[in-house]
Ligand binder design. Structure first.
Ligand SMILES: [Fe+2]
Length: 199
């Protein structure tokens, strides 16, 4: 049986050039950017200068910023996992040029950030790879991302956030609590940021 030929990769520089050519309304269209990410898999070799590894925590590395979006690479060592979080009502797309990452989605039953209380329940799971980017469903935007030990390799994901945001709500499903946190970049444009990424 013939196997499907892999799509040709593009450099991260070309990916940015193409993203910058998209009209503003494209970033309101989740399937459109998901298709863009699917059609333009990024060549991992071109990401090297943006990558930064920390044995204690995944790192967030800004690649491009415009009024419309932030593009970042997140580096996940084996076993690293994000908090369960939302996206501040903004759209988010993820693609995974290196490795595999598991997205665990949640449904929010109730949420009161001022009182730090919530009820959320796990729903579906998606394993993202280079062939499978994901546009976050704006109706169900709460999830965690994990480089599971069983995947047994480092992973790098590219995230497009539109519009950019620098805080979000994190949740604990076990404790029924939630709260707002600030987001920081470990590096910006390949240079280490003044503040370390810890949240
Ligand atoms: Fe996310």
């Amino acid at each position: 049986m013939a196997t499907k030929p892999a799509l040709a990769t593009v450099s991260i520089e070309k990916y940015v050039e193409l993203l910058r050519q998209l009209p503003a309304e494209a970033f309101d269209d989740v399937p459109r950017i998901e298709e863009f990410a699917l059609q333009n898999p990024v060549d991992p070799a071109t990401l090297e200068r943006f990558l930064c590894w920390d044995a204690q925590h995944y790192t967030r590395n800004l690649i491009d910023h415009t009024d419309l979006y932030d593009l970042m690479a997140i580096c996940w060592d084996i076993g690293q996992i994000s908090s369960i979080h939302n996206h501040r009502g903004q759209n988010c797309w993820m693609s995974v040029p290196i490795g595999t990452l598991r997205v665990q989605n949640y449904r929010v039953i109730s949420e009161n950030v001022a009182e730090h209380r919530c009820e959320i329940v796990p729903t579906d799971v998606i394993d993202m790879t280079a062939e499978r980017p994901v546009g976050v469903n704006p109706d169900h935007p709460v999830h965690s991302v994990e480089n599971r030990r069983e995947f047994n390799e480092r992973a790098v994901s590219l995230h497009i956030y539109s519009k950019p945001f620098d805080s979000c709500v994190v949740y604990s499903d076990e404790q029924g609590t939630c709260g707002e946190i600030n987001l920081h970049f470990t590096t910006k444009y390949g240079e280490r940021s003044p503040r370390p990424a810890r949240h």
